[in-house]
Design a protein around this ligand. Structure first.
Ligand code: NAP
Length: 252
């Protein structure tokens, strides 16, 4: 069955990826939505009657979820036409101000979880499939105050770029999405915070447009997509300026 798999589908950008897949890919027969809050996924499924939606409740930061995903894939043998590897978590704040559990949760989900999803889904993808890896502008330079998150995002950007080259041989197109601010559960618009923090003053992207445009770029074979001129300029700065300078700019 022609299938789309979207992780982190219970809120924010993942919901807009679902919308974009439903509207732009009528040939997709089944969509798997993965996140911890299964009831949210089931509610979302109710909005779309013309496509089969499977709500898969998994905690991708937990080791046992990889076995569960493997079993489901082996049982259903989907033809994965679209993979959106999007579930992540961000806990900002000083390194010492976070517990080890919080730091490990970010590493487990953002690094281990996304690697597991890509590796487990790979055998079910084929020529013509696309894969999106949601990374972040945080991957362009280290960020003091977001050390673990920006490190995990830099891992994702590297992994996605490497797989873009590696999977070309199989005809699978991988696109790394590197967005800046988006008003989601992870980063809600907060007027009070915006007046105090640098990050809150930066432009917010339209998640609907980001999701739809990312799929288009992935279809065209683009390796990386950074939406918005401001963030593109930041990406270029990250390529030409030393990290020591970038870190003075981006310090939270
Ligand atoms: N918002 C921004 O400003 C921004 C900027 C740059 C990049 N990004 C990236 O954009 C992507 C989407 O984030 P978002 O902004 O849409 O944030 P969001 O609304 O908080 O969505 C995060 C999604 O990840 C899922 N998730 C979290 N922990 C999980 C776990 N342990 N196992 C499975 N799923 C888990 C959440 O679902 P459950 O809670 O139900 O599990 C949710 O569906 C992320 O990769 C994020 O890093 C966001």
């Amino acid at each position: 069955m022609k299938t789309a798999v979207i992780t982190g589908a219970s809120s924010g950008l993942g919901v807009d990826f679902l919308r974009a897949v439903v509207h732009n890919y009528p040939e997709i027969e089944e969509i798997w939505l993965i996140a911890r809050r299964k009831e949210r996924l089931e509610k979302l499924a109710e909005h779309y009657e013309n496509v089969k939606i499977r709500a898969v409740g998994l905690d991708l930061a937990a080791e046992d979820s990889y076995g569960q995903l493997r079993e489901l894939l082996e049982k259903e043998k989907p033809q994965i036409r679209i993979l959106v590897n999007n579930a992540r978590v961000c806990k900002s704040g000083s390194f010492g101000g976070r517990t080890l559990d919080e730091l490990f949760m970010m590493v487990n989900l953002n690094v281990k979880g996304s690697t597991a999803v890509a590796r487990l889904c790979f055998p079910y993808m084929s020529k013509g499939s696309i894969a999106v890896f949601t990374s972040s502008v945080s991957s362009f330079a280290p960020i003091a105050g977001q050390g673990v998150y920006s490190s995990t995002k830099s891992y994702l950007t590297y992994l996605g770029r490497a797989l873009h080259e590696e999977w070309k041989r199989e005809g699978i197109r991988v696109c790394v999405l590197c967005p800046g601010n988006m008003a989601t559960e992870m980063n809600p618009i907060d007027v009070e915070r915006a007046s105090k923090s640098k990050i809150g003053k930066l432009p917010y992207l339209d998640t609907r447009k980001v999701a739809a445009e990312t799929l288009k770029r992935a279809e065209k074979g683009k390796a990386c997509y950074t939406p918005g001129r401001f963030y593109l300029a930041y990406k270029i700065a990250g390529k030409i300026l030393p990290h020591s300078f970038m870190m003075k700019l981006n310090r939270l």
